[in-house]
Design a protein around this ligand. Structure first.
Ligand code: S3P
Length: 164
């Protein structure tokens, strides 16, 4: 069985995914890190040099390959569901879990670094609000929805395990 974590940037997919994999004795794949390793380029550079559509096609290509893995937790990039067809691929891979976080929490987490090209704007808070509004309905297609609120990462992992 596989578990696919989806949700907005800064919702804790990587941190929670890693802990969840350890607790379950599963493998762990983070799609952003995987793409960076394969392309030998940081996401910011991929966006700058080749553009967002190219990055989106790399995401889809990786999802296709992940349909054959087992006992793995997959943490995805926040925009993975924007590409038509990716939701179906995710459903093929395994059980999808939306880590639902609020705008303030997201802003607080993402403002600590500059590695997210879509938020390198004059008003990142406004951008978060807009993107979240655009994507909310996509995230809500997940099989499980976990409110991350202000819970500690460890207790979110327990919540996911209980819910599955
Ligand atoms: C993106 C989210 C990022 C990364 C890229 C685009 C998005 O992943 O894939 O910068 O469109 O929301 P995280 O959700 O891990 O930050």
């Amino acid at each position: 069985m596989n578990i696919v974590l989806i949700g907005f940037m800064g919702s804790g997919k990587t941190t929670i995914g890693r802990k969840l994999a350890v607790r379950l004795g599963y493998g762990f794949v983070d799609t952003d890190h995987w793409i960076e390793r394969e392309q030998k380029l940081k996401i910011t550079r991929i966006f700058e040099v080749y553009g967002e559509p190219h990055f989106r096609s790399l995401e889809t290509d990786l999802l296709e390959r992940l349909t054959t893995v087992g006992n793995t937790v997959v943490a995805t990039g926040g925009g993975i569901l924007v590409t038509p067809g990716n939701l179906e691929l995710i459903r093929k891979i395994g059980s999808s879990v939306y880590l639902k976080a609020g705008v303030e929490e997201i802003f607080e987490r993402v403002s600590r670094n500059t590695k997210r090209p879509l938020l390198q704007t004059e008003n990142p808070l406004q951008k978060i609000v807009e993107l979240l509004e655009e994507r909310k309905h996509l995230y809500m297609q997940a099989e499980h929805i976990i409110d991350t609120g202000s819970f500690r990462m460890g207790s979110i992992v327990s919540k996911i395990i209980k819910e599955l």
